[in-house]
Design a protein around this ligand. Structure first.
Ligand SMILES: Nc1ncnc2c1ncn2[C@@H]1O[C@H](COP(=O)(O)OP(=O)(O)OP(=O)(O)O)[C@@H](O)[C@H]1O
Length: 208
């Protein structure tokens, strides 16, 4: 399924971050949104996820305007924000259980364990989040990638931030596997995207 935007514009305060943004991300595609600090990458992903309204323009998913079926669109997407929506006093396992339940996808203990295993967090899975390093916290939020195969559209804001080489590799593989099964991924990253295949790229600076 394809995600398209037409002439999207984003205004923050009195600053037009970008305008006239027309993009197309098809099934099987990884689209990297690039741009300097403050260019509006997170703002764009929040707009694509339906968490903020654009100043202008429109968004289409699978050939239909997203406003035509907001709930259906929401069920198709997995959005990973820059800052983790997680509780400091809960463990990675508890946070993951809670996040999946809130998304309407309660998971078995076994599934939670396997997802946390994928991000190398089984030793820390029952420790309060506040006792974990930044990279371990990021791994904890990324565990949801491994429980989101059925959501065709992944919108990932800085998925590689704070991760070590091993975790970057695991996440890149998860994204590639998602696209190999026909999923679509739009992501932001400041580092060279560590994919073994060529990916599409869009520089927000071109729309400033
Ligand atoms: N409510 C607001 N009012 C005014 N400006 C805002 C508001 N929210 C965000 N901004 C500004 O919008 C700009 C874009 O922010 P955004 O987080 O989308 O950038 P980014 O490209 O993701 O940056 P980074 O690479 O640093 O994460 C920033 O300059 C930010 O200060």
């Amino acid at each position: 399924m394809t995600l398209k935007t037409h002439n999207l514009g984003c205004l923050k305060g009195d600053r037009l971050l970008f305008s006239g943004l027309t993009l197309q991300a098809e099934a099987g595609m990884i689209l990297r949104v690039a741009g300097g600090n403050g260019a509006g990458k997170s703002s764009l992903l929040r707009i694509l996820a339906g968490l903020a309204a654009p100043e202008s323009g429109s968004i289409e998913w699978a050939g239909r305007p997203v406003e035509a079926d907001r709930d259906g669109f929401r069920r198709c997407l997995f959005y990973l924000g820059h800052a983790a929506a997680a509780h400091e006093l809960l463990s990675p396992c508890e946070n993951l259980r809670w996040a999946c339940a809130c998304a309407g996808e309660p998971q078995s203990d076994r599934n939670l364990y396997v997802a946390l295993e994928q991000v190398g967090l089984t030793r820390e899975m029952d420790m309060p989040l506040r006792m974990l390093s930044q990279g371990q916290r990021r791994r904890a939020s990324l565990a949801r990638l491994f429980l989101s195969a059925q959501r065709p559209l992944w919108l990932l804001d800085e998925p590689f931030a704070a991760l070590d080489v091993d975790a970057v590799e695991r996440v890149a593989q998860a994204v590639q596997a998602h696209c190999a099964r026909g999923g679509t991924t739009v992501l932001t990253t400041h580092q060279d995207a560590p994919f073994s295949q060529a990916i599409a790229s869009l520089d927000l600076g071109d729309y400033a």
